[in-house]
Design a protein around this ligand. Structure first.
Ligand SMILES: C=C(O[C@@H]1C=C(C(=O)O)C=C[C@H]1O)C(=O)O
Length: 285
């Protein structure tokens, strides 16, 4: 496993959802230093944990489970301060009943499933029964009172005229805690940083450059999203503008609270502290 994480080019995981586009849009799929591997968050989480990837955009929850194994790449995140529009609980019954009912959750997520548990338990004193399913709203709601979707599945489902009540978890978190939330981070395995330092620095720089270029001009991403997924230019402009990609103080503070709650609920063993790769390294000096 070590060999895979340390060989050149190193494997780098890209979340295969529109929400991660700004981080990766201008990053080539293959260079001498790295090769991009695409998957849903749960797939990348597993590949990074098993050492098949040296660096990956992953569910922030995964870092919180074993912070000693990773460092975070500074200046890179997928988060919001407020509504996210793509992490949504679809309710078939009033919230009061859902809190004592049954909820199906997508098998593609790690951060949002725990975020949902926190919100329902700690904010609303709920104790529903949870199951994990493939992200298919109709199938999920067949035997359940509510369904959690993330990413493009959530976006598509939010456009359907099903008449269901919808809870946006980014909005909930902000109303409840007053803070932002970080759904995805870019993490590097510690041995990848030690043994493949220049490759890790290169992908870090390329991701930062992509983030800057994407957020400076959203137009190419917006056009592409309309063409490949649908919706309007206004929708996607608002969507990308609402997301925060630079892991600023509000996102860091929110994530620290999320890790404290995760520990309180017994979802993770310890209290994770955010440890970033030394930014001195990333300037190459
Ligand atoms: C913003 C989103 O955040 C995603 C949610 C994740 C999770 O729940 O584990 C992981 C990566 C993020 O890209 C989204 O799904 O739309």
């Amino acid at each position: 496993m070590m060999g895979v994480a340390n060989s050149r080019p190193i494997g780098v995981g890209r979340i295969d959802y529109t929400n991660a586009w700004p981080l990766f849009h201008y990053v080539p799929d293959e260079t001498e230093d790295y090769r991009i591997v695409r998957s849903v968050p749960s797939g990348l989480n597993r590949m990074l944990q098993q050492g098949e990837l040296g660096v990956s955009a992953v569910s922030s929850f995964i870092y919180g489970m074993e912070p000693q194994r990773y460092v975070l790449l500074p200046g890179l995140s997928v988060g919001t301060v407020g509504p996210v529009r793509s992490i949504l609980l679809f309710l078939k019954k009033p919230l009061k009943e859902v809190l004592r009912g049954k909820i199906a959750m997508t098998d593609t997520s790690a951060t949002s499933v725990s975020l949902l548990k926190m919100i329902l338990r700690l904010r609303y004193d709920g104790n529903p029964e949870y199951t994990v399913m493939k992200p298919d709203l109709g199938a999920m709601l067949k035997d359940n009172d509510a369904a959690l979707l993330i990413g493009d599945s959530a976006i598509r489902a939010s456009w359907e005229s099903h008449g269901l009540e919808v809870m946006d978890l980014g909005r909930e978190w902000k109303e409840w805690t007053g803070l932002g939330m970080t759904y995805a981070v870019v993490a590097a395995r510690r041995e990848a940083v030690e043994n493949s330092r220049s490759e890790v620095l290169r992908i870090h720089e390329d991701l930062l450059a992509s983030r800057r270029r994407s957020t400076a001009n959203l137009e190419p991403l917006v056009q592409r999203a309309v063409a490949s997924i649908g919706g309007t230019k206004a929708y996607w402009t608002e969507y990308f503008t609402g997301l925060q990609y630079d892991f600023g103080p509000e996102l860091r503070e929110g994530l620290e609270l999320y890790y404290r709650y995760a520990h309180e609920l017994g979802l993770v063993d310890g209290k994770a502290v955010l440890e970033f790769m030394n930014s001195q390294l990333s300037t190459g000096r």
